[in-house]
Each structure stands twice: as C-alpha cells, then as structure tokens.
Design a protein around this ligand. Structure first.
Ligand code: CA
Length: 232
C-alpha cells in the first residue's frame, strides 16, 4: 500500500544499498543520488514524496541541499548524519529538515522514521485548510477560543505555555530545534536560553502529560530539541 517514492541521497554505497534494499522489501519506490547537486536535480525532476539525505556529501553540503530544495518545496526531508556531525544535524533541522537518523542506524529505525513522516504527510494534507481545532489523542486545541483540553478538562496554561504548545502542535511529527522554538515563542533575544525553555517545557508537561516522566505527546531529543508526536 506504500508506493511512496523516496529519494535516497547517500554517497556511501553499502549504506545506500542497505537503504534501497529495505525500501524495496517494504514496497516503497525509490530513486537515488550520490551527490548534493544530483539530489537537487532529482528532487526537481521527480518530485519525490520523502527525501532521505546524508549530510556528508562529496560536492555540496547536505545543509545547502536542504536550503536549495526548501526554496521551492515542502517535501519531508529526513537527514542522515554521523555522530560527529551533531551540529550539522541541528543546522539541517533549522534549515528545514523534518527529522534525522544517526549513523549507524537499524533497518527498524529507518522504517519507523518513514512511518512518522508518512503520518505527518497525511496530517499536512488535512490541515491545509486552516482548521479551527487541533486534535491529537486526548489533546484538543481550540484556536478560536485559545484554549487547550485533555478530554473534557481544560488545561490551565500560561500564555507562553499555550504558545509553546501551539507551535509544537502545528509542527506535529517534526523535530523542532531549541533555537527554532526560542525564536518562535520568545523572539530572537532568547535564542540561547535553553535553560528557560526546559523550565517552560517541564511545567507544560506537568499539565499535559499523565506521566511527565514518560511523556506521550512531547518527545525530548537530547541536545537537539522537541517533537510533538501523533498519539493514536
Ligand atoms: Ca557521506
């Protein structure tokens, strides 16, 4: 039932083969590129549904590839980075990537990321006409009224907590970096205040999650940021 087309950008042949073998076995279609320039060209000519993008490419940097593709397309991009490229990974997310995989990764991780992205694609199609409410599991946000609920119970959020929750909700399925969240909720003067963001996140979670220690809605990406997960 998949039949989505994935553009696989990876210059390391064994890794590229691992990915394409996995995709083939799970009924995805794919095209490949071993360079950054090739990736930009393939995505322009084939309009893939999802891009898997290695950050360390022989010609142009993966982050630059994202910037170029983002100038015309919102296609979901999952970056693949080595552990030594942690800062590149954050730059990639800030440049508009949706998610990341860290090398070495398992086939299960790859498939899980693709499923998350597919759910995000489905969600994006549903919210194109600016819905007045957001529903995710028990969580509901009524944008017109400016209130959030868990089931029937209203969450008593501060203005900042509400803004933070709405930003995460609007980007459900996407990993948001600390920098992105701080800029969008507090403005750029707070850019480096990750400590304050942690405090706000802790108070928001206390109100939102039944077990704040093992959150269902907001996932932590250590050293990177946060993601609102789609809850069944
Ligand atoms: Ca590489």
């Amino acid at each position: 039932m998949n039949k989505l087309q994935i553009l696989v950008v990876e210059d390391d042949t064994p890794i590229r083969n691992l990915i394409t073998t996995t995709l083939k076995a799970h009924d995805y279609r794919f095209i490949t590129s071993a360079s950054g320039q090739g990736a930009v060209m393939e995505s322009a000519s084939h309009n893939p549904d999802i891009i898997l993008l290695d950050l360390g490419l022989p010609d142009i940097d993966g982050v630059e590839v994202i910037r170029r593709i983002r100038s015309w397309s919102n296609v979901p991009i999952i970056v693949i980075s080595a552990r030594t490229e942690d800062n590149d990974k954050i730059d990639a997310l800030d440049a508009g990537a949706d998610d990341y995989l860290t090398k070495p990764f398992s086939v299960e991780e790859l498939l899980a990321r693709l499923r998350v992205t597919q759910r995000r694609l489905a969600l994006m199609q549903n919210v194109n006409n600016e819905q007045a409410t957001y529903q995710n599991g028990q969580l509901r946000i009524d944008y017109a009224v400016g209130c959030a609920y868990i089931g029937e119970d209203e969450l008593h959020l501060t203005a900042m907590e509400y803004k933070l929750l709405c930003l995460l909700a609007r980007n459900t399925g996407k990993v948001l970096t600390h920098r992105f969240i701080l800029q969008n909720v507090w403005g750029s003067s707070w850019e480096n205040d990750i400590g304050s963001l942690r405090v706000f996140m802790a108070t928001l979670r206390k109100k939102l999650e039944t077990a704040p220690g093992s959150p269902r809605y907001i996932q932590t990406h250590i050293g990177v940021g946060y993601r609102m997960q789609k809850v069944e």
